[in-house]
Design a protein around this ligand. Structure first.
Ligand code: 4AD
Ligand code: MG
Length: 480
């Protein structure tokens, strides 16, 4: 008999009264000598189908071995349910056991901590919470592709193995086929890569942006969506060593347009979740965070604040004067810590903030420089006077999450970009092709990177980034 997915059992009214076949894993079994109730889940939905087993019809010996986690094939008639909690149930006529589940099944007990479940990441997928999270993760990926496709962006594939460091932060994982204990070195002890696989030093990419710019300045608007890798030793609930990034890049776009795109895109994704993931969101709202759905709906109604960095520092210093305590300093020129970002978003504005016009010295080399003033500073967005040069960065800061998007207008002027590359000692062998976009038919353009898992954190209400990617990679952890 052909199998029906449990989600279709619930969504197709014509099936009531007919014989159906379902397959899935047992969530619970309870009952008495006459009748047994099995809650079966096949992953297609958070909802379980109730299987009602008359022990006169099904061999009791067969039933007693069926425990939480067992995998079954069930055939029976779909009927309107007598009991509470479900509309329909299956009157069982036949059970085939695919796999029993011994008592040491790691997901047997309810209410285990997320930390415990991370140690059993291969099995945690079968729990309600992780089922909900990973169905939502799928729907968010669909939202991203649909948004960009409908807005005329081309999905553009950038390499994962690269010889250049886009962010210039130096935390890249190296790629080599050499025996690490027997490396060829020159007289100064520097490694020679000429006999390595690529004939030069290569790494896993931290961002597809630089190649994305090549795409945008040819196709007009592109987006990437793929894994990126960062060897930052940050053991926080917001950092992964391997995470997925979405990077749109658009020709002929300035700072205002970029912020419009960031805001519109995030709202589209959040609305998509509310429209497509109702059951899973309701489950997470009940079990994980009872403000989740309100927060998602709230974001759709808010207009994001657009705040120049210099103004942000003023607000933070004002707060300090009024007695607010921060662990880290926040003087003009400092990179904001997450406590500062969260103060601005959660305490001061109480809505998402797009921060703009950062000091050049704390941002990447490729960002567009604001116009210099006679005092040595620069005039950026909203004409806030800054004491030192600033750049047209546009990061989106979110409640609970902090930075969810990092973006900027790109410096399109060849000489200015070259001088920034030289100032930062970035090797020309890595940058000549990138500079060519500015040498040949340069154009204004802008783009951003959204951390996919940070979006999933926001949309699911989960607290730790390790719990929104199936198999997290973090310092000292690469199991599964
Ligand atoms: O701000 P970042 O470093 O920006 C870039 O990489 C740009 N090249 C993007 C662009 O303009 N095309 O990273 C972008 C986003 C961050 O805002 C954050 O959401 C996420 O990527 N991110 C991480 N997510 C998880 N784990 C990490 N270690 C992350 N580092 C950055
Ligand atoms: Mg950033």
């Amino acid at each position: 008999m052909k199998r029906t997915r449990i989600i279709d059992i619930f969504n197709t009214t014509e099936l009531v009264g007919t014989k159906v076949c379902v397959k899935g894993w047992v969530r619970t079994r309870r009952g008495n000598k006459q009748v047994q109730f099995i809650a079966l889940n096949d992953g297609s939905t958070i909802k379980n189908i109730q299987i009602v087993v008359d022990t006169q019809k099904i061999d009791a010996d067969q039933l007693k071995d069926i425990t939480t986690g067992s995998c079954l094939h069930v055939e029976g008639t779909l009927v309107e349910s007598q009991g509470q909690g479900q509309n329909v149930e299956i009157q069982c006529e036949e059970i085939e056991i695919y796999g029993l589940c011994p008592n040491d099944y790691p997901m047997q007990k309810k209410g285990q901590t997320f930390e415990y479940m991370r140690k059993h990441a291969h099995m945690r997928l079968r729990t309600n919470t992780f089922g909900a999270v990973f169905r939502i993760r799928h729907h968010m990926a669909m939202a991203i592709h649909t948004y960009f496709h409908e807005h005329g962006f081309f999905y553009f594939h950038t390499p994962l193995i690269t010889a250049s460091d886009c962010e210039g932060a130096g935390n890249m994982f190296q790629v080599t086929t050499k025996n690490l204990y027997d490396l060829k070195k020159d007289d100064n002890g520097k490694i020679i890569y000429d006999d390595d696989f690529f004939g030069q030093q290569t790494s896993l990419t931290v961002s597809g942006q630089l190649e994305g710019e090549l795409g945008a300045t040819a196709l007009g608007a592109i987006y990437t969506f793929g894994p990126t890798f960062r060897a930052e030793n940050s053991n926080t609930p917001r950092h992964l060593a391997e995470f997925w990034m979405v990077e749109p890049e658009v020709a002929f776009l300035g700072q205002e347009g970029l912020m419009d795109l960031e805001e519109d895109f995030i709202k589209y994704c959040v609305k998509w979740a509310l429209d497509h993931c109702k059951d899973d969101l309701e489950f997470l709202n009940k079990m994980i965070d009872n403000t989740l759905i309100d927060r998602l709906e709230g974001v759709l109604k808010e207009t994001f604040v657009r705040l120049p960095y210099t103004k942000g520092i003023e607000i933070l210093q004002d707060a300090i004067k009024k007695g607010v305590k921060f662990e880290f300093p926040c003087n003009w020129g400092d990179d904001l810590a997450s406590e500062h970002e969260r103060y601005l978003v959660e305490e001061h504005f109480k809505k998402p903030v797009i921060m703009t016009d950062y000091p050049s010295k704390i941002k990447a080399f490729y960002m567009k420089q604001n116009e210099a003033t006679p005092s040595g500073g620069s005039i950026g967005y909203q004409h806030t006077e800054a004491p030192e040069p600033t750049m047209q960065g546009t990061d989106v800061l979110f409640p609970q999450i902090g930075e969810i998007i990092g973006g900027s207008v790109r410096e399109e002027n060849y000489d200015k970009l070259l001088s920034e590359i030289e100032k930062r000692d970035i090797p020309m062998k890595d940058m000549w092709w990138y500079l060519d976009t500015r040498k040949y038919g340069t154009c204004p353009h802008a783009g951003f990177g959204l951390g996919f898992e940070r979006l999933i954190l926001f949309v699911t209400g989960m607290a730790n980034i390790r719990d929104v990617i199936p198999f997290p990679r973090t310092p000292n952890n690469a199991d599964f």
